[in-house]
Design a protein around this ligand. Structure first.
Ligand code: BTN
Length: 324
């Protein structure tokens, strides 16, 4: 975005919904009124909701929620630790992040897109990613602790996202093993963790944590294939995506700069309100009914089948369907 437009945006953001005339903006920034008008036009094209009222001037609507690096960093305490790339549209932010990781991008490089044309979910599923309805982002991690497991990364990320959503909407979120988040029994977030293991160093070289949150209901509703299970955080633009992204990143930063297995496990267990529930377990070549008994200390799920046999489910090609 042009520098002048950026300055006008910053000024309108600072006064949070109040009006400033073209002349006042021009005087503050040392530019002409026509330059202000041009900047406003650029901002509107970028998707900023700027209201102009005769005799009052311009104001940035509080509903204006354009995801941007500045907009995210404004809400981040340790903003300098993050390298944030925002895209209008991409096939999959996980793919972009993977390329950046292979190009040696640092830990906490984050890719965020307004829309994905080939959003990917677990087990080869698609992740519905319509424009501006959700948060589609991928975070590069480079864990230094050798003993860090993919279970820790995935489950801790689920806790970080759940806590950030809870802070923003003031309601409790459920975690469905392994890493789906639910609100009112509807899935509102999925996480796809991918990574590369270095056999030479015997450690994870990098992990990409791909997070998809359904923030608002798409105008045409959810795709037929998911409309029974998918939900969103709010019907209107009550959640500011820049703020929610920043809060998710803050929690991830604090969880991944320390390595506190017990804390993460405890926070995960608090939100995994599934103990005692009946489920269908879908393994790669086996499907069976079971009851959830407990979560073990490595985030494995202990289930009991109809014959009373217990089994611990680990990650991989396993999905659960909750019974009503
Ligand atoms: C799932 O529910 O199975 C996981 C969904 C993960 C979706 C996110 S959106 C950002 C990132 N990019 C992708 O292509 N997928 C993940």
């Amino acid at each position: 975005m042009a520098m002048t437009a950026n300055k006008v945006r910053e000024l309108l953001e600072e006064i949070e919904g109040e009006y400033l005339s073209g002349e006042e903006i021009g005087t503050k920034l040392g530019i002409s009124r026509s330059a202000v008008w041009k900047a406003v036009t650029t901002l509107k094209k970028e998707g900023y909701d700027i209201v102009s009222v005769t005799n009052k001037g311009y104001a940035l609507s509080p509903k204006s929620d354009v995801v941007s690096e500045d907009g995210i960093k404004k809400h981040l305490k340790n903003a300098d630790r993050f390298n944030i790339v925002t895209l209008k549209e991409t096939a999959s932010t996980n793919d972009v992040a993977k390329k950046l990781a292979l190009d040696k991008s640092e830990e906490f490089t984050v890719v965020v897109a307004d829309k994905q044309t080939n959003g990917r979910g677990r087990n080869g599923r698609k992740f519905f990613s319509p424009e501006k309805c959700g948060i589609y982002m991928s975070v590069i991690l480079r864990p230094k602790t050798k003993s860090i497991t993919s279970a820790y990364i995935t489950c801790t990320s689920a806790v970080a996202v759940a806590k950030a959503i809870e802070d923003n909407i003031g309601r409790d979120v459920d975690i469905k093993w392994v890493n789906d988040l639910f609100l009112d029994n509807k899935k509102i977030c999925g996480i796809l963790t991918e990574g590369a293991y270095s056999f030479e160093d015997e450690r994870l070289e990098y992990a990409i944590v791909g997070i998809g949150v359904n923030v608002t209901l798409p105008s045409g509703g959810f795709d037929e294939s998911i409309k029974e299970i998918a939900g969103s955080l709010c019907d209107r633009e009550a959640v500011v995506r820049n703020k929610l992204i920043a809060d998710i990143l803050s929690y991830m930063y604090s969880y991944f700069s320390e390595f506190d297995y017990d804390k993460a496990l405890c926070e995960y267990k608090k939100r995994m309100r599934l103990i005692g529930r009946d489920v269908t377990v879908l393994e790669r070549d086996n499907t069976y009914e079971a009851k959830i008994i407990a979560l073990d200390d490595e985030f494995g799920l202990i289930v009991e089948n109809k014959n009373g046999e217990r089994k611990t489910l680990r990650f991989g090609e396993i999905s659960l369907r909750l019974k009503k």
